[in-house]
Ligand binder design. Structure first.
Ligand SMILES: [Zn+2]
Length: 147
């Protein structure tokens, strides 16, 4: 094994410092990512309030425009789309506004699982859906559609 102190790490796209800012905790939150070679670079990026404000304003404007042009938000990145047959949640497990629903099992309130996906067929094909499912797959606790 080589001495790590003798090895110069080559610069890649993953080097340096990244600051990510979300405008809310939901899966469809807007995300601003600032990258710089080091902390000083990040500070230079973030300390210029005028430029930062303009950047955020333009990003928000672009985000709004994109939503108007491209329709409802897609499911969380990396999540499988559509209902799965494995019984696991198909998409995000948290409602974008933090809404929760419960069902009762032996007198106990159990939080339902929030699922999202994109309809693959039917009149709603291509549209995003959200629903609350019974976490124990109880046939007496049918899916509650959220939209
Ligand atoms: Zn249930």
């Amino acid at each position: 094994m080589t001495n790590p102190f003798e090895t110069q790490t080559p610069a890649t796209d993953n080097s340096g410092v990244t600051v990510s800012i979300r405008n809310h905790p939901g899966y469809d939150a807007g995300l601003l990512v600032f990258k710089a070679g080091d902390l000083d670079g990040i500070i230079r990026l973030l300390e210029d309030e005028d430029k930062l404000t303009r950047t955020i304003d333009l990003a928000a404007k672009a985000d709004k425009l994109y939503h108007e042009k491209a329709g409802p938000p897609a499911p969380a990145k990396g999540a499988p789309s559509g209902p799965s047959n494995t019984g696991r949640p198909a998409g995000a497990t948290q409602h974008p506004t933090g809404k929760k629903m419960y069902c009762e099992h032996n007198g106990e309130q159990v939080e339902r699982v929030y699922k999202t996906g994109v309809a693959k067929s039917g009149k709603n094909a291509g549209k995003a859906w959200g629903a609350f499912d019974c976490p124990r797959n109880d046939p007496d606790h049918p899916r509650i559609w959220d939209n």
